[in-house]
Ligand binder design. Structure first.
Ligand code: GUN
Length: 283
């Protein structure tokens, strides 16, 4: 039997409607959620992401600014700009689009963002809060994965979740969130021997490694929930995930497509974080 499709676009649209209702309520109290997105340089993929973030803000009636800076911008100039937005009351969220040009130290930039405006959830204090289980702004893609699971009735509690990938942006935080949701979590990576064997033990399998079509049907337990975070561009220009969808679809119980699975959730969670930061700014 073919897996049930986890329709990220539909779920994301539904959540955006919920966010809009709350944002409108907040606006009627005199607080408009505000986001600034800063892009340094001209990376084509980043330009698309930044445009989509600005569009989402517009759709929800948020205050939004997009700052496009030349690739030669110095680290000091970027730090000064962040400093200005840290004390700008119109702006509740600051997002610096990654990757940054090589002469700018990513860590110095992330560290400079005020933790209460850290809508990416990348600041060390946000990461620490997530680890401890404190209320905090969560990284958007991992938060989106959890929403997809919950909203399709796939509660992680008591399940064995296997995460393939250990990046700071997805692998590690999604593992921590699954743990917080009471899953038993295994983290695998490029040095893990017998990866297919471990993956096959998963009730929930999350692939976030950036290797096109890595996960095959032999890696998947029949009926498992397969979440594909990978976005890889093939030589023919098509997008594909880290999961070989056509191979796996008859074995999995649930599966996210690429595109249209996890992807649309990321910006929606960014909008949710901006709303949360705006609510908190009321004091
Ligand atoms: N580049 C790719 N994904 C992301 C993200 O989630 N946040 C930021 N700031 N940059 C990115």
């Amino acid at each position: 039997m073919s897996a049930q499709l986890i329709e990220g676009k539909k779920i994301s649209d539904f959540i955006r409607e919920e966010i809009k209702l709350e944002a409108d309520r907040l606006k009627s109290e005199g607080v408009t959620p505000g986001l600034v997105v800063i892009l340094v340089g001209e990376d084509p993929a980043s330009q698309v992401y930044v445009r989509n973030k600005a569009k989402a803000c517009e759709q929800l009636g948020y205050y939004s600014e997009v700052v496009r800076l030349p690739a030669e911008t110095s680290q000091q100039q970027l730090l000064s700009l962040i400093d200005r937005y840290n004390s700008d009351d119109k702006v509740n969220g600051i997002l610096v689009q990654l990757p940054l040009p090589k002469h700018i130290e990513e860590k110095a930039i992330i560290d400079a963002i005020a933790v209460e405006k850290d809508v990416d959830g990348f600041h060390p204090e946000s990461v620490g809060n997530l680890m401890i289980g404190d209320d905090t702004l969560l990284p958007c893609t991992p938060a989106g994965v959890i929403e997809l699971l919950k909203r399709t009735g796939n509660d992680p509690a008591g399940k064995h979740a296997v995460v393939i990938g250990r990046s700071n942006i997805v692998g590690k935080p999604v593992a921590m969130l699954l743990l917080r949701e009471h899953a038993t979590v295994t983290i695998c990576h490029s040095r893990t021997p017998n990866l297919p064997e471990i993956a096959k033990q998963a009730d929930i399998l999350v692939a976030a490694v950036g290797v096109p079509k890595l996960v095959k049907k032999e890696w998947v337990k029949p009926g498992a929930v397969v979440i594909d975070v990978g976005v890889n561009r093939l030589p023919d220009g098509k997008l594909c995930g880290d999961v070989d969808f056509d191979d796996v679809v008859d074995t999995a119980g649930w599966i996210t497509p690429v595109p249209g699975g996890v992807g649309p959730m990321t910006i929606t969670m960014l909008m949710a974080n901006t709303l949360k930061a705006a609510k908190r700014s009321r004091g």
